[in-house]
Design a protein around this ligand. Structure first.
Ligand code: SF4
Ligand code: SF4
Length: 446
């Protein structure tokens, strides 16, 4: 087992940490899928409003590779298809039927997985809709069906405080997890299972499969950070990764013969009425799984990571890959004579406020608490970057249109953790700039 300690990053001391209880709120009346939130795909619909679908029926495919299908996360009627700008497909909503039907898929045993041709396994995963859960670095697109990634990282946990713990979603599913590892071993020469520490793992059989222990502050468990700190040759930059929960979905399809939809989601944050881990399903409506402490107008819901997720409204739904919903204050209220206050409640990386003395978690909010200014070359952003980028110089290269220079500064290594933007005293949205530059580079070079 390889143990690596990541030094750079930042531990977030935020209130509203969830428990790992796995409460089940019952079935929602509808589920959705959000094609616009699946990176880089070009969706082509195969259903229309009013169609009846089973759990596991195709809803759309990726025009770039029509073998990649996205399946219905529930059985019922296609209630609505919402379009955005230039007819981009934002949401496909399915009203669930009380007698939900499931599409059957072929079943495989471990013996079959060991002996079937690799192409047969890939086809089964493509047709069963679980291939998109295998994602690829550095762009976080999906692994190409004809590619053999040099390694696949199985990421069991996230250092972001508000994500389901492996104990919540692995408990009682150890056999399925091992089956998933068997599947991965047919797709890559190196399967790497990674965790932050072994102490919290209650299952000895899973602890035995851990190949890497990565400890350190957020975002030590990001697969991009792992590759950056372990790669021995450039081909490893195209390593694949899959989260522990998504590996269970892959295994569930092949072992049980139907498209699995179970999801553990954390609902947490300072304004969550009851921070907890919920057992729900892919595409569950937000209103079904969250209740907020304050009036909805004063809070903001974010899905995905705290610093790299995206906002969602109360009438929205969970994205295909998302397993965390954070309830934050909007932070847009004006504070009377705020500049003259000691700031006990204001988290501050630069220890500007008396909050530096505080041990208790903070009620963080989404406010910028200031306006964007020019870079003052303080270098604080570089002190937190887990992949040793100098964000201030990369920003200048991107603004100057010097793509090669940005690549030399490590643009492709950036994991979009958002820390550089969080600590920047000039409030520069560095992370969003880098994410966009990386996306543009991907689109130009593919
Ligand atoms: S440059 Fe990228 S990886 Fe580094 S801190 Fe900023 S967002 Fe994170
Ligand atoms: S933290 Fe902000 S102001 Fe300081 S060097 Fe980085 S970008 Fe410039």
């Amino acid at each position: 087992m390889i143990t690596i300690s990541i030094k750079k990053g930042l531990d977030l001391n935020i209130s509203g940490r969830p428990g790992s209880d796995g409460v089940q709120p019952g079935d929602p009346d509808h589920v959705s899928i959000l094609p616009l939130r699946i990176p880089y795909i070009v969706p082509k619909l195969v259903v229309k409003e009013g169609d009846r679908v089973k759990q596991g029926s195709p809803l759309f495919y990726d025009k770039r590779d029509p073998r990649v299908s996205f399946l219905a996360p529930g059985g019922g009627r296609v209630q609505a298809i919402r379009f955005g700008e230039r007819r981009s497909i934002q949401e496909i909503r399915i009203a669930l039927s009380p007698t939900e039907e499931k599409t059957p898929f072929p079943l495989f045993s471990e013996y079959d997985i060991d002996r079937m041709p690799r192409t047969g396994l890939v086809t089964a995963m493509l047709e069963g809709g679980v291939w998109p859960f295998l994602r690829s670095l550095p762009f976080r697109d999906m692994v190409g069906p004809d590619e053999t990634p040099p390694a696949i990282w199985v990421v069991l946990e996230n250092t972001d405080p508000f994500h389901p713990s492996p104990e919540s979603y692995l408990s009682g599913r150890e056999a399925l997890f091992h089956f998933g590892l068997k599947v991965l071993s047919r797709l890559t020469p190196s399967v790497r299972v990674v965790k932050g520490s072994l102490s919290s793992l209650s299952s000895p059989s899973i602890a035995e499969r851990i190949t890497h222990v990565f400890s350190g502050p957020y975002p030590a468990h990001d697969p991009g950070v792992m590759v950056y700190h372990t790669r021995t040759n450039p081909t490893e930059n195209r390593s694949g990764y899959v989260t522990g929960q998504d590996l269970l979905l892959v295994a569930g399809l092949l072992k049980n013969g139907f498209f699995p939809v179970e999801r553990f989601v954390t609902v947490a944050g300072p304004f969550s009425k009851k921070p907890e881990t919920i057992k729900t399903r892919i595409g569950a409506p937000v209103s079904h799984i969250v209740s907020v402490k304050e009036a909805q107008a004063t809070v903001r819901l974010i899905q995905g990571g705290l610093f790299n997720g995206y906002p969602v409204e109360m009438d929205g739904c969970m994205g295909l890959f998302e397993t965390a919903l954070t309830v934050m204050g909007r932070g847009n209220q004006k504070e009377f004579f705020g500049f003259a206050r000691p700031g006990f409640n204001k988290p501050s990386y630069s220890r500007t406020f008396l909050s530096a003395l505080r041990q208790r978690p903070f009620d963080m909010d989404c406010g910028m608490h200031g306006e964007e200014r020019a870079c003052v070359n303080c270098g604080i952003c570089a002190t937190v970057c887990p992949v040793d980028i100098l964000p201030q110089f990369m920003m200048k290269a991107i603004h100057g249109g010097e793509v090669e220079e940005a690549l030399k500064h490590g643009l492709l290594d950036c994991v979009a953790c958002g820390l550089c933007a969080y600590v920047c005293p000039s409030k520069i949205a560095l992370s969003a700039l880098f994410k966009q530059a990386k996306t543009d580079y991907y689109k130009e070079s593919m």
